[in-house]
Design a protein around this ligand. Structure first.
Ligand code: HEC
Ligand code: HEC
Length: 305
């Protein structure tokens, strides 16, 4: 299998199963930004909620900028009563909009959500890149959740409407990037070659950091990716098999997430009972083809241009 490893602007071909570092960003331990005053007031345009800086960094509690009294977020998703344990809504956001480093859950089938949480719990599902923090934290969280809590979460997230928040743009060049938490963010400086990558960045890093569920993203993909992905999808029957909505297909979801999943199926990091059909699909794709398919899916998985 051919994979482009991007380091020091050098692309190398490797044979073993490898995952590119740019797809699994992690904050630098050397360049920590100065800690903000935990008591500082934080607001968001369009929201009536006022928070403190520390609310953005309290894993036990989800940040809910748009509470709807007619449809209250279940307590377990809002707040984890076990000290030190994350609330589902902290990472996935209260309505399941998700972020590129985790997964959108809004509108996924209830049964699929339960199956996948079970797969994380048992270890049958992990990330293709061992030890990547967001995935290991997902696993730890689910090990502390009861079956009732998971059932509540699955019912809630499956009933939330999904809105795509990513714009896919084909381009031979991209802005330079650096990790912002567990995603990439654009940096000032001359553009660099895309070199076979998907570079997904928040349009407004501040909105992202405030866990704004309406934050939008741009995903730069190599020129020609969408059409190439569409052709591969037609050949492998993605739409036909996924037509029954039996799993987390989801056109318009984060392409970084989709690409990580294709790698997880191929590497067998996703080896739960239901994974076999997708392992067979992923086995037929090399890395560049996965990039193309992820670009096509994130762009809406349109059957025609
Ligand atoms: C620390 C952040 C974090 C928390 C808290 C968290 N998750 Fe996750 N979740 C993730 C990440 C990251 C992934 C993707 C992991 C991967 O693919 O390796 C994920 C994936 C999932 C998926 C799979 C989605 C799909 O399309 O296959 C489900 C379902 C899920 N989480 C449900 C939950 C539920 C329910 C809770 C609360 C009990 C929860 N998560 C709490 C980070 C988190
Ligand atoms: C033979 C049926 C079949 C075909 C063909 C198929 N899939 Fe899947 N796909 C599945 C099943 C089943 C799952 C759920 C896997 C699981 O439960 O672990 C899945 C899961 C996925 C996921 C993970 C979703 C998530 O929420 O994490 C992605 C992404 C995906 N498929 C994309 C594709 C693409 C792209 C193609 C075509 C190149 C494709 N699938 C073709 C059956 C299929």
């Amino acid at each position: 299998m051919k994979i482009l490893l991007i380091g020091a602007a050098v692309a190398a071909t490797v044979t073993a199963f490898e995952t590119p570092a740019w797809l699994y960003p992690a904050p630098s331990t050397e360049r920590r930004p100065p800690a903000a005053d935990p008591e500082a007031t934080v607001t968001l345009p369009g929201s009536r909620v006022t928070l403190k800086e520390r609310d953005l960094r309290t894993p036990e509690r989800a940040v809910d900028w748009f509470p709807d009294p007619a449809q209250p977020v279940p307590a377990f998703i809002r707040e984890n009563a076990q000290p030190g344990q994350y609330a589902c809504g902290f990472c996935h956001l209260p309505h399941g909009d998700g972020r590129p480093e985790n997964a959108s859950l809004a509108g996924l089938p209830e049964e699929y959500i339960i199956d996948q949480t079970e797969a994380f719990r048992s270890g049958a599902r992990t990330a293709a890149r061992a030890g990547w923090f967001p995935s290991t934290a997902m696993r730890t969280t689910i090990q502390h959740a009861s079956a009732d809590d998971v059932a509540t979460a699955a019912r809630w997230f499956s009933r939330q409407p999904f809105t795509s928040r990513v714009k896919v743009v084909e381009s031979a060049t991209v802005p330079p990037t650096a990790p912002l938490g567990f995603i990439l963010a654009a940096q000032p400086g001359p553009r660099e070659p895309i070199a076979g990558r998907i570079i997904e960045v928040p349009d407004d890093p501040h909105a992202f950091e405030k866990r704004d569920p309406r934050a939008t993203f741009t995903a730069w993909v190599p020129p020609g990716s969408i059409a190439k992905g569409r052709a591969i999808a037609a050949e492998l029957g993605c739409i036909e098999c996924h037509a029954e909505q039996m799993n987390g297909w989801g056109p318009g979801r984060s392409p970084s997430y989709i690409l990580r999943q294709l790698l997880a199926f191929k590497s067998r990091a996703r080896a739960d009972d239901g994974a076999e059909p997708m392992q067979a699909v992923a086995d037929q794709l090399d890395f560049d083809q996965m990039v193309a398919v992820a670009a096509w899916m994130a762009d809406g998985a349109k059957a025609k241009p």
